[in-house]
Every structure is written in structure tokens, then in C-alpha cells.
Write a protein that binds this ligand. Sequence first.
Ligand code: GTP
Ligand code: MG
Length: 137
Amino acid sequence: TNRTFTMIKPHAVADNHIGGITAMIEAAGFRIVAMKKTQLSAAQAGKFYEVHKERPFYGELCEMMSSGPIVPMILEKENAVADFRALIGATNPANAEEGTIRKKYAKSMGENAIHGSDSDENAAIEGSFFFGAIEQY
Ligand code: GTP
Ligand code: MG
């Protein structure tokens, strides 16, 4: 078993989709190890997305991710990172496959409902950005 990190983005939290999204996550066989509702400042979003700082959409991304509460989670499953990327679907919801979280809940490239870590290393870094050891069960 291993772990990945995810967060439900502000528009999906604002639209009351925490329950719908966590239901899809659990139905796909992931165990929720840690979860909370919190809000990032623009500076904290900038630090979380530092790898994207040269991309043209970085400013927009940080503004959007700090615009309201988010729900970060650490998830556990065999092959967690790859299986979770498959469950969330393509970054651009126009390309997201049927049955994926983004197909159901994403509105656009920016408002694409959910984040998923892209490697085991980043999953550990991103998880520890939000959660300490005594929050992970
Ligand atoms: P995450 O799971 O959120 O990391 O998405 P991803 O891995 O599918 O995409 P990537 O890491 O390349 O980009 C991070 C986030 O930046 C995406 O989820 C999008 O919300 C946003 N993003 C990516 N490309 C664009 C773009 O062209 N325009 C805008 N506005 N946002 C973008
Ligand atoms: Mg990414």
C-alpha cells in the first residue's frame, strides 16, 4: 500500500461537492488517511505550486486556489499515485473520460475540481505541507 495527496479545489467546495467527491474516492478503493477543510493565502498557494512558477497560468492558479476553502486529503491504496490520477481524469475536463471526478465536477482547465500528486516523492512533500504526523491515521 502507498499514499497520494489530493485537494478538492475552492469552486467544488463552494458548490457543495465534498460529499460527492469523497464518495467517488472511497468507492474507488482509497482509504482517507487525513482530511481537513482550510483556506490558503495567495502566498501559501504560491509555495504549494512553486514548481509551476514559470508557467503562464501561475498567477491565475494561485489566485484561484486561495479564493475559498479547500479540502486537502492524504489517501492510501496500492499504486495510489497512478490509480488516483486515473480516477481524477485529464487536466482539461474536455478530455476527461467518463466516470472520472473531473468529468463529473470540473468546469474548466482552472476550475478542474481536484488536485492529484504526480509522483510518490511529491505526494510525500504535498502531504506534509498540510498534515503533521499525528494527523495521519
Ligand atoms: P493538478 O492535479 O492540479 O496538479 O493538475 P494536473 O497535474 O492535471 O495539471 P498540472 O500539474 O499541469 O497543472 C496544475 C493545475 O494548474 C491544473 O490542475 C490546472 O488547474 C491549472 N492549469 C494547468 N494548465 C492550465 C492552463 O492552461 N490554464 C489555467 N488557467 N490553468 C491551468
Ligand atoms: Mg500536477
